[in-house]
Design a protein. Structure first.
Length: 240
C-alpha cells in the first residue's frame, strides 16, 4: 500500500500554470521535505492536497484512496492535518480554546475536547500558556500554537508550511526537536521550509521544485549538491 502519493498534479490559475505535472510518494513514518524558491508552487501543492484549491489535473492518493474532489473537512477527518504559512489564531480566544476548537474534529463533547487539547498542549510544551490570549503570543508561540492546533485533529499525515520562519536560533532548535518528536509519535510529515538548517537536519528525503515543476528528488545531501537546485536558488552563474 502506498501511504501517500501525488500523481502528475497540476493547477492553473487562468493563463498561469502554478503547478505542472508534479509527482511524488511519501512513505509512512518519514519526514519528506518540499523545497523551492519563492513562488515555485510549494504552498499551492499543500492547498491542492487538502483541496483548498481544486486540481486542474492529476490525482492525490492517501492510503491508496483518491482524495480528489473531497471537501477540506473530509480530508482532515481522513487524517491529513496542516499548518498555514501565515498563522491566524482565533485571537479573542485563549490558547486552550484555540486547540479545543481543532479537537472537535475528533470528539463531540466539551470534556473530551478539553482533555485532548490539554494533552496536545503538554506535548508541544505550551501547557503553561493555556490561559493566555492567543493574540498575546509572540511569533514563536503562534507558530507552535499552529502546530498544536493541527495535532489536535490527530492526523496520520501532517503538512507543515514554513513553521520555522521568523524564529531565532534557539527557537529554531526547539522547532526541530518538536518536529522530530512528532515523527517519533508515528506521524508522517511533509514539510515546506526555506531555512536550510531545518530542512536538511530533519528530512529523510527532499523533493525540489521550480516554476511548479520537479527539478530533483533524493537524500538531503544529493539535493543540496544538485546543479539544478543550486541554480534555482542562487542563479546559473553560481554553479561555475
Amino acid at each position: 500500500m502506498n501511504f501517500f502519493e501525488v500523481r502528475d498534479i497540476s493547477k492553473r490559475f487562468g493563463g498561469l500554470m502554478a503547478v505542472g505535472g508534479v509527482s511524488f510518494q511519501v512513505e509512512q513514518g518519514e519526514i519528506f521535505g518540499l523545497i523551492g524558491p519563492n513562488g515555485s508552487g510549494k504552498t499551492t501543492i499543500f492547498n491542492l492536497i487538502n483541496q483548498y484549491f481544486p486540481l486542474t489535473g492529476g490525482d492525490i492518493f492517501f492510503k491508496d484512496q483518491s482524495i480528489k474532489g473531497k471537501k477540506t473537512h473530509q480530508i482532515c477527518h481522513l487524517g491529513i492535518g496542516r499548518t498555514f504559512q501565515v498563522v491566524k489564531p482565533l485571537k479573542r480566544m485563549t490558547v486552550l480554546e484555540n486547540v479545543m476548537a481543532s479537537a472537535f474534529c475528533r470528539v463531540n463533547s466539551f470534556r473530551e475536547s478539553q482533555k485532548l487539547a490539554l494533552e496536545t498542549l503538554e506535548f508541544c510544551n505550551l501547557l503553561h500558556q493555556k490561559d493566555k490570549s492567543a493574540a498575546s503570543l509572540p511569533i514563536a508561540g503562534r507558530k507552535r500554537l499552529e502546530i498544536t492546533r493541527a495535532l489536535a485533529t490527530t492526523p496520520e499525515l501532517l503538512l507543515l508550511d514554513e513553521t520555522a520562519a521568523g524564529l531565532n536560533p534557539g527557537e529554531l532548535d526547539e522547532a526541530i526537536e518538536l518536529i522530530k518528536r512528532i515523527r517519533d509519535r508515528g506521524i508522517t510529515i511533509i514539510i515546506v521550509e526555506h531555512i536550510m538548517k531545518v530542512i536538511m537536519t530533519i528530512s529523510d528525503r527532499i523533493h525540489a521544485i521550480n516554476y511548479g515543476q520537479t527539478i530533483a528528488e533524493g537524500s538531503p545531501e544529493d539535493v543540496a549538491n544538485n546543479k539544478d537546485v543550486i541554480e534555482a536558488y542562487l542563479g546559473e552563474e553560481s554553479y561555475a
